[in-house]
Design a protein around this ligand. Structure first.
Ligand SMILES: N[C@@H](CCC(=O)N[C@@H](CS)C(=O)NCC(=O)O)C(=O)O
Length: 205
């Protein structure tokens, strides 16, 4: 088995890295920065024609899109654990993953970019505020769901929790003291040994 994950851990590469750690998979981590010129050139573009990180190679299969990578790894190696059994739970994994990508990530990203990521001169406080308000609505939705259950798909951690919590990595700052159920769930996800190992890669050289 050969698994390669391209992209520094302080990027969306954290998502497949976390999934690989959850599944106990051996992998090679190629710590490519998202601003590295190599990401815009071949041979990297053959793996990820978007010129972004992460990219992944699994037994010769090249992939882009971080959340597709976690789903792929979970389905391939995590049957009955990260990838739950049964059509209904599996449908919910897909549902929450697309929700993370389509509904939660855009406003959370807008808020983060206009408060922390972009150079000061490019930040727009109105966009930051609008992003925050929309991201807070998503966190409150999660809070209502997680008031009734410990995890997004039933009572055990699945790749749905990994995907949503990783996309809403900054949920505590977004929630701003609200959403106790979502906050507790987020803490449970990030306290996992595999999450700790993956996030520790951000400090590794
Ligand atoms: N939807 C893609 C987004 C990939 C993406 O935008 N990655 C950022 C780093 S987190 C990047 O490489 N940015 C550099 C660029 O856009 O040139 C995914 O989830 O994999």
């Amino acid at each position: 088995m050969s698994l390669k994950i391209y992209g520094i851990a302080a990027s969306r590469a954290i998502r497949p890295l976390w999934a690989a750690e959850e599944l106990g998979l051996p992998y090679e981590h190629i710590k490519l920065h998202y601003n590295a010129p190599e990401t815009k050139q071949r041979p990297y573009l053959d793996l990820n024609p978007n010129g972004t990180v992460p990219a992944m190679e699994d037994d010769g299969v090249a992939m882009f899109e971080s959340l597709a990578m976690t789903l792929h790894l979970a389905r391939k190696h995590g049957q009955g654990s990260l990838w739950p059994e049964g059509e209904g739970p599996q449908a919910q994994v897909l549902q929450w993953t697309l929700w993370a990508a389509c509904e939660a990530e855009p406003p959370a990203r807008q808020w983060f970019q206009h408060t922390q990521f972009l150079p000061q001169a490019q930040r727009d406080p109105a966009l930051a505020q609008a992003g925050l308000r929309q991201a807070q609505d998503k966190v409150m939705l999660l809070d209502r769901v997680l008031a009734k259950q410990a995890y997004l798909v039933g009572d055990a951690f699945t790749v749905a929790d990994l995907n949503v919590s990783a996309v809403l990595q900054r949920l505590p700052a977004i929630a701003d003291g609200q959403a106790p159920h979502a906050l507790a769930w987020h803490q449970r996800c990030f306290a996992r040994a595999a999450a700790q190992r993956a996030f520790a890669l951000r400090d590794a050289k």
